[in-house]
Design a binder for this molecule. Structure first.
Ligand code: GDP
Length: 295
């Protein structure tokens, strides 16, 4: 994960990691290299610049050069700031509803259906949760079938109605079904398009307004880099979603989306997808991710 970024940051932080004396000049040089590494990883230039400026201010504020272990302190400041940039604390999901409603949003191919299954499986394994998966894609029958396959694989019931063409009605019937059958979590998989369009946004906004979910989760493919961040912004402007799911982090992704999405939409990354299998899901911990990136 993020191998190229980690390598570049490792090289940039070489001096700070104890190889040589730390001076004002090499701190500035290091931060320039850090900025370059972030931009190469698809982090927006402005975000990368703000990041290194903050690190510099913190370093000055803590009088790093006069400290006992200046190198280690600098590395710690970089790590802490990277953690902050990715959201700081770990964000949980709100499961207070009776049943809890989770609405999945995102473009086609982002990994929505796969993630809906993974989340259902994750919650089911917690024993106190009995999830219901709901197929709300009224355009692609194959998407409904795909959710049924996923549901069968993990032993979770899937609610669908191929005759009904109004996704709001499907969602509402699914919630009634959940209440009648003791499901305490309802995960609603919605239609995705290849690009953001008004019709798609209207449709998901309608579902969102009608059911008022506790959690609206925006699923995005981390391999799409800067586009991931732009798409997140477009969805957030319409849906004011609660969290981001970053998928395909097992691939050859550069890391830009993971690092910058929080500062663009001000919503936390809640989970990551790390493979096609149903157990390839992890809660996103900003500090652990920063540790991984910085090695
Ligand atoms: P949807 O159109 O948004 O519902 O996307 P799908 O769930 O159908 O996923 C699209 C493709 O991405 C499928 O081939 C999935 O197996 C794959 N996929 C989804 N999540 C991940 C992931 O975390 N890692 C990898 N490697 N593949 C994934």
């Amino acid at each position: 994960m993020f191998d190229s970024l980690s390598d570049k940051l490792d090289k940039a932080l070489h001096v700070l990691k104890g190889h040589g004396q730390i001076t004002e000049v090499n701190v500035a040089e290091t931060l320039k290299e850090v900025r370059r590494a972030l931009v190469d990883a698809d982090v927006n230039f402005k975000i990368a610049k703000n990041f290194t400026n903050t690190v510099k201010e913190k370093a000055l504020g803590q009088d790093v050069l006069k400290s006992l272990k200046p190198n280690q302190l600098m590395v710690k400041i970089v790590k802490d700031e990277l953690t902050q940039l990715m959201g700081g604390d770990t964000a949980g999901i709100n499961l207070s509803g009776k049943p809890s409603l989770i609405l999945m949003a995102g473009l086609q191919g982002s990994g929505k259906t796969t993630f809906s299954g993974k989340l259902a499986n994750f919650l089911k394994n917690k024993k106190t949760k009995k999830p219901l998966l709901v197929a709300c894609d009224v355009y692609r029958p194959a998407a409904i079938d795909q959710l049924h396959v996923v549901g069968e694989q993990i032993g979770v019931e899937v609610f669908s109605n191929k005759e009904e063409k109004n996704p709001v009605k499907i969602a509402e019937s699914a919630i009634d079904h959940a209440k009648a059958n003791g499901h305490n979590v309802v995960i609603i998989d919605t239609a995705g398009r290849l690009a953001v369009d008004e019709k798609m946004m209207d449709e998901i906004s309608d579902i969102h307004q009608a059911i008022q979910p506790e959690e609206t989760l925006f699923v995005v493919d981390s391999m799409t880099g800067q586009d991931a961040v732009n798409t997140a912004k477009a969805f957030n402007d319409r849906l004011n979603f609660d969290g981001v799911i970053l998928t395909k982090l097992d691939g050859d992704t550069r890391g830009g989306a993971a690092i910058s999405i929080k500062s663009v939409v001000d919503k936390p990354i809640k989970f990551i997808g790390t493979g096609e299998k149903m157990d390839a899901i992890d809660v996103f911990h900003p500090s652990r991710m920063a540790d991984r990136i910085l090695g």
